[in-house]
Design a protein around this ligand. Structure first.
Ligand SMILES: [Fe+2]
Length: 379
């Protein structure tokens, strides 16, 4: 079943219409907390964001998140939202501000005596009411503007997601023009995240013909456009197509769920400090190959391709990008070198989340270790 309660406004320049859209929805006068990135937001301000959406200057307060959001960030932002008695949360940025803002809106009405850990580790049920949440993505990758998911880190212990049906953003403004200032590394990382969403949504046990076609359309666009965009970062047509692909991949996996790339990728990201998009996409070739015989029939039936065709395309695509997960500078200071003493921890984190459950091929500890060994250098 495909449902999407978020009002999605997509298009180059659509942020210029946001004030009128908020007014129409009775949200323009609400006191809001702005959750945003740091440098990326400043770059957008220099590019005229506040002239196009003046209402963004009227926040009751701001929470700036650097890096991927942790439970501490969530506690602090939630505390600030409550102190300011806000009536709405607005996030502007990549996956980090979007996921954090979504969780603040979702937990606002929780008992303040309950800790965010209680919700993250599912010891307490998420509240059945939330604040309105407006998502304004400035990268093309996360899809967070159309999903219920908030990915958070408990440093040294676990990286995973919380959220449920109620956590769909109320309004999303997906404006490709807001991605024009993204640098090379963010463009690659977010683009590869979008591809991983698309391919995991195609393969997932939660897919249906509708989500498969939507997700495959996104994957084909990314195969074609991302290498071109990496050579021409300012090209507005490529930016627009990547923005569309990211949005449609998000719409797909919001329904279908993901798979082992995200489950294992979260563990690698947590243990070795690899950005989300790079850690999950690194797993794609090995995981796709692992799943191939389990998804080949449905790919032939609904998409008129074989799982092995997709694998070949993926390999060609990674070659065109010069992206070899074994040797690529995934950590920012070199390739990932997985310690063999960490393998059990990677297995534990992989099976703690929910993404592995929708992977088309069931997996055990041995499978996970093999997939990690195929993908990274082991030391
Ligand atoms: Fe992702």
């Amino acid at each position: 079943m495909f449902t999407m309660p978020t009002e999605v406004y997509y298009g180059p320049g659509i942020i210029g219409s946001s004030e009128g859209i908020l007014k129409k929805n009775g949200l323009l006068e609400k006191r809001f907390l702005l959750v945003r990135g740091n440098k990326s937001f400043e770059a957008l301000k220099d590019n005229g964001l506040l002239e196009r959406a003046p209402w963004l200057s009227n926040s009751a307060g701001e929470y700036i998140v650097n890096g991927e959001p942790t439970l501490d960030h969530l506690s602090q932002a939630l505390k600030l939202a409550r102190e300011l008695e806000v009536e709405m949360v607005v996030s502007v940025g990549g996956g980090s501000p979007l996921d954090l803002g979504k969780a603040v809106a979702g937990l606002y009405f929780a008992d303040p005596n309950d800790s965010v850990e209680d919700f993250f580790y599912k010891k307490k049920r998420l509240p059945n009411k939330k604040l309105p949440f407006i998502a304004i993505p400035t990268t093309s990758g996360t899809g967070s503007e159309v999903t219920t998911v908030s990915v958070l880190i408990d440093p040294g212990r676990y990286k995973g997601s919380i959220g449920y049906r109620l956590w769909f953003p109320d309004i999303a403004f997906t404006d490709p023009q807001l991605t024009h200032t993204l640098n090379e590394r963010y463009t690659l990382s977010s683009g590869l995240d979008a591809l991983t969403h698309a391919l995991e949504a195609v393969a997932s046990t939660g897919s249906d013909p509708l989500t498969m076609r939507l997700a495959w359309g996104a994957a084909e666009t990314i195969f074609e456009i991302l290498p071109e965009l990496m050579r021409d970062l300012k090209n507005p047509t490529y930016r627009e197509r990547m923005s569309w692909a990211s949005l449609t991949a998000g719409l797909s996996f919001a329904t279908s769920g993901l798979g082992l790339c995200h489950a294992i990728g979260h563990a690698i990201g947590l243990l070795y400090g690899v950005p989300h998009g790079l850690s999950v996409s690194a797993m794609l070739p090995a995981v796709w190959n692992f799943n191939a015989q389990y998804i080949d029939e449905k790919l032939r039936r609904y998409l008129d391709i074989t799982a092995y065709d997709v694998l070949k395309r993926l390999e060609k695509f990674y070659q065109a990008l010069g992206y070899d997960p074994k040797t690529y500078n995934l950590t920012g200071s070199g390739p990932v070198k997985v310690k063999s003493s960490d393998l059990q921890e990677i297995v534990r984190i992989t099976f703690q989340g929910k993404s592995y459950k929708t992977n088309p091929r069931p997996s055990n500890e041995e499978d996970i270790i093999k997939l990690v060994e195929e993908t990274f250098q082991i030391v």
